[in-house]
Ligand binder design. Sequence first.
Ligand SMILES: *Cc1c(COP(=O)(O)O)cnc(C)c1O
Length: 373
Amino acid sequence: MNDSPFSLAAPGVQQLKPYEPGKPVSELQRELGLQEIIKLASNENPFGSSPKAQQAAMDALQNLAEYPDGNGFALKQALAKKHHVDSAQITLGNGSNDILELVGRAFLTPEHAAVFSAHAFAVYPLVTQAIGAEMRIAPACAADSVTPFGHDLTAMQALIDARARVVFVANPNNPTGTWLRADDLYAFLKNVPDQTIVVLDEAYFEYVEEDDYPDGRRWLTEFPNLIVTRTFSKAHGLAALRVGYSLSSPEIADLLNRVRQPFNVNSVAQAAALAALDDEAHIATSRELNRQGLQQLTAACKTMGLQIIPSVANFLTIDVARPAEPVFQALLREGVIVRPIANYGLPSWLRVTVGSEQQNTQFLQALQKVLHA
Ligand SMILES: *Cc1c(COP(=O)(O)O)cnc(C)c1O
């Protein structure tokens, strides 16, 4: 049958492999009948969201019959104030994933290419392929470099030409946790031609403490082709509600808004995000506990003789020095969900989200047991 629905799909869609989310706790409970399960697989905040955000979400539940504010006026005002930009420079998304999709829709065509690194965030190839644009994947930094498997900006630069309409840069990157220094990233931006849009994905921005980690916001005026994306899903602990946004030139924001669904961010999400922005203390605590958790996990891996990729985000990527899939499966049976990342081209590595001290301990004990079984 040559008229199967599959053969009718757009060529890019036929080649897509759907995004693989972290395994939900409820699914593992059903499968194994286990009650005590910890999920360290999706880089969620183990300390949850701000109580202020929860209260705001509850209050917003009073108004479910009404459409949300399609322009997100209040949230954009608050973001504009916080980031010292104009409201017209902000685009709200149903998670920052949504923004990445909007960029693809607005700027990519089958005649154009998107450039990104090997081992970069899985959504970049998805967005590119869905549109049938060409994927140009730059080789990553060497395994023995200071940023193992991280973005190699020189290699990325080499793939940019007149056809390359979008370049995706994650800082820090997921699943490697590696990051780019201000000087290097600035030099890269200087070299990118004006006709190439740079998406600087800062999903883990709030967690990074390095002195020379750049805040992409500062370059918006100098580079009208720059789009900085942020999210409420990670440090703000609002992954369930799906809110992200971009900062860009007003011209780019206008284009992204043309392809956006009119009510892409619901009113509960808008209210919670607005309240979360006010709770700096919750972010500060989350960052502090994350730093301690990273130290705990890193030290334990060292003791166990396991290689890690030095991370500045809220996850750590660990080389289990054997196929990671069976290790992942064995950890599931211990009630611990982590993320195998063979689909990112790292088949002997597991990515673990930094949890609470107790969750980290539970993970480390399970890992120890599984590796020595
Ligand atoms: C988690 C993540 C995102 C976005 O998640 P949303 O929940 O859609 O905001 C974006 N980029 C990277 C690199 C991520 O890890």
